[in-house]
Design a protein around this ligand. Structure first.
Ligand code: GTP
Ligand code: MG
Length: 273
């Protein structure tokens, strides 16, 4: 059903486009972090198993590499750069994580997210659902600086599953969210799999902001995690496509542009220099 738009259609998704995709790509490529204390903005992905976390890294890299890009799954704490060495990497990195699960001893431990957010977790740390990282591990940074910390928390929630998501998983995300809020960290929800949640959107991604179903899913995300509507971004990931789609790129770039700005604001606020 077509309903009232969830929000004004972004200029990039209107027809004709008011802001070109190329312009958004160029602006992100040219982005300079306000404070030179931090060389890269760190984004931590967090969400249930199968939510589309790794696919987000693939989609973002597909946009900047300008070809379909596929990574391997993460079982350890790994930094994923974006772009290419020749054209220079973008000023942000993504950290993929293990999914959250409903069992007490299954999926990534919520404490590990909080440790990573605070910058204590070293790259290469092998996630262990039973034992979260502790201070005695060689993968534990004793005194993390602002550069080691996360600068934005990206919750990944699948639009087609939010209604049936286990309350234990939502509770784990809330625990992580509360810790991040206490640190003043910006948080967004990337609502994935919008194509699976609405037939209209599946046929034509331009319906995403006009679809009542999608708006309802965004409201469900908002209620579940208590995150402001303007911090919730419906996105679609590359999953079966073998070619680039401007509409897929557009939704992700729209979200990414805001995320980079908010993370930069956070760094600016907490920088000591
Ligand atoms: N249709 C559709 N499928 C998607 C989308 N995003 C991800 N998928 C598919 O959903 C499945 C799970 O995606 P992943 O990216 O592996 O999810 P994940 O959150 O990394 O999962 P774990 O690492 O196992 O926790 C894969 O089969 C993806 O191809 C999307 O936007 N639309
Ligand atoms: Mg994954």
């Amino acid at each position: 059903r077509v309903g009232r738009p969830a929000r004004p259609v972004p200029p990039t998704l209107s027809t004709p486009r008011l802001v070109s995709l190329g312009q958004m790509v160029t602006e992100l490529e040219a982005f300079v972090i306000q404070r030179d204390e931090v060389r890269e903005l760190n984004f931590l992905l967090c969400g249930p198993i199968g939510a589309g976390k790794s696919s987000i890294i693939n989609t973002i890299n597909t946009i900047f590499k300008k070809r379909i890009y596929v990574t391997h799954q993460a079982s350890s704490f790994t930094k994923c750069k974006v772009g290419t060495a020749q054209d220079r990497f973008l000023p942000f990195v993504l950290y993929d994580t293990m999914g959250l699960d409903s069992g007490d001893n299954a999926g990534m431990h919520p404490d590990d997210f909080i440790t990573a957010v605070k910058g204590h977790m070293k790259e290469g740390y092998q996630f262990n659902p039973l034992n979260p990282l502790n201070e005695n591990s060689p993968y534990y940074w004793e005194n993390p600086s602002l550069s080691d910390r996360m600068h934005c928390l990206l919750f990944v929630i699948p639009a087609d599953r939010i209604s049936i998501m286990d309350s234990v998983i939502i509770q784990k995300m809330k625990t992580i969210k509360n810790a991040a809020t206490a640190m003043g960290l910006p948080q967004v929800i990337l609502m994935t799999r919008v194509d699976q949640a609405c037939t209209l959107t599946n046929n034509d991604l331009h319906y995403v902001y006009n679809s009542k179903k999608i708006k309802d899913k965004m409201l469900e995300c908002q209620r579940a995690l208590d995150i402001k509507m303007n911090c919730i971004f419906p996105v679609k990931n590359y999953h079966e496509e073998t070619d680039i789609s401007e509409d897929v790129n557009c939704l992700m770039l729209h979200a990414l542009t805001r995320i980079v700005q908010w993370a930069d604001d956070y760094v600016d606020k907490y920088s000591n220099n």
